[in-house]
Design a protein around this ligand. Structure first.
Ligand SMILES: [Zn+2]
Length: 328
């Protein structure tokens, strides 16, 4: 019999989180650990097994769950459960995550891209309830993208979700995490913004941002956002620049699909009020008004835990209508 409980796991670049999810949302606390992704996938599998043990018990004291849902960054082949590539982490390439985790835990596993997981959390619990067509963009270290069309999450010929992050925006732009140049993500990664602010501080531009904040990505981004709120010139300029490039990404999306709703998730979405004006201005520069004025842009309902929540819906019966696990 189905228990209605699913264990959701979010493999983030810096943090690994897990929690039990039911039809009403999170059932209990979310447990987290720093991701040892650099030490290879086997080490991360051990960490996942630890978290599963804490939340769902081991042999003898098992909590009944319908399965384990996993969200991970980068292109994931949802049909085979294989990690296609992971930027800067070659050992993960081609990793058969679904099979391996199933063997180690004895439970059914489903794997999805983290942006798709965020989209599912919005669909079941957040801003996209009752909606059938929308995009979700996760704005953080990298850019994740997910598109739901007429009630189905779009996975292309290779079984992967769209990679808006690597749309070429400018031939001579900054280097992208994927090795390319001038891709949307190379302008929008938090890494790139921190680098630019660091340079401004080093050049002696008048700013209230202390270099000390800029050593870590999380702390650095938080400080830049706070500085923009206190009208620091460098921070405001960088936020506007971010908005401009995000606007170009939204223009590509709108010209292509004319979606009614875009949900922004991830750490930088908290600064939407600071980037909205320049993003909308750039969007209007590249899109016919008739298309742009039907687009609603909202910020995710979840500050944290969207990944765990979304991964935890992968064994809900309706999810089989949303995700084409088998089709090629
Ligand atoms: Zn790229």
């Amino acid at each position: 019999m189905k228990s209605g409980l699913v264990l959701g796991i979010d493999i983030g670049g810096t943090k690994l989180s897990a929690g039990l999810v039911s039809r009403s949302g999170l059932a209990g606390e979310v447990r987290s650990a720093a991701t040892h992704a650099q030490e290879g996938p086997d080490r991360v599998m051990e960490q996942i097994r630890d978290l599963i043990g804490q939340l769902a018990g081991g042999p003898g004291s098992r909590v009944e769950i319908d399965g384990i849902g996993v969200g991970a960054p980068g292109p994931i082949d949802i049909r085979s459960g294989i990690v296609k590539t992971m930027p800067n982490l070659p050992e993960w390439e081609g990793y058969r995550l679904k099979k391996i985790l199933e063997n180690r835990t004895g439970r059914p596993v489903r794997l999805i891209n983290d942006a798709d997981a965020a989209a599912l959390s919005e669909y079941y619990f957040g801003r996209a309830r009752e909606r059938k067509t929308f995009a979700t963009l996760t704005l953080g270290t990298g850019i994740g993208s997910s598109i739901m069309l007429n009630g189905r999450l779009w996975h292309g010929a290779s079984g992967v979700s769209p990679e808006l992050a690597h749309i070429p925006i400018s031939g001579s732009g900054p280097k992208c995490g994927c090795g390319g140049r001038g891709h949307l993500e190379s302008f929008l990664s938090s890494h790139h913004m921190i680098e630019r602010v660091r340079r401004a501080v080093a050049l002696g531009e008048p700013t209230s941002i202390d270099m000390l904040w800029l050593v870590s990505e999380d702390g650095g981004m938080r400080e830049i956002i706070e500085a923009a709120r206190r009208r620091d010139r460098v921070a405001v300029r960088e936020m506007q620049r971010y908005g401009k490039y995000l606007g170009r990404g939204l223009a590509v999306l709108t010209n292509l699909l004319n979606l009614p709703l875009v949900i922004l998730a991830g750490g930088i979405s908290n600064a939407w009020d600071l980037i909205e004006t320049s993003a909308r201005r750039e969007l209007k520069r590249h899109v016919f008004l008739a298309l742009a004025d039907r687009l609603t842009i909202v910020v995710s309902a979840f500050r944290e835990n969207a990944g765990v929540l979304g991964a935890g819906t992968l064994f809900f019966p309706e999810t089989d209508r949303i995700v084409d696990w088998n089709d090629a």
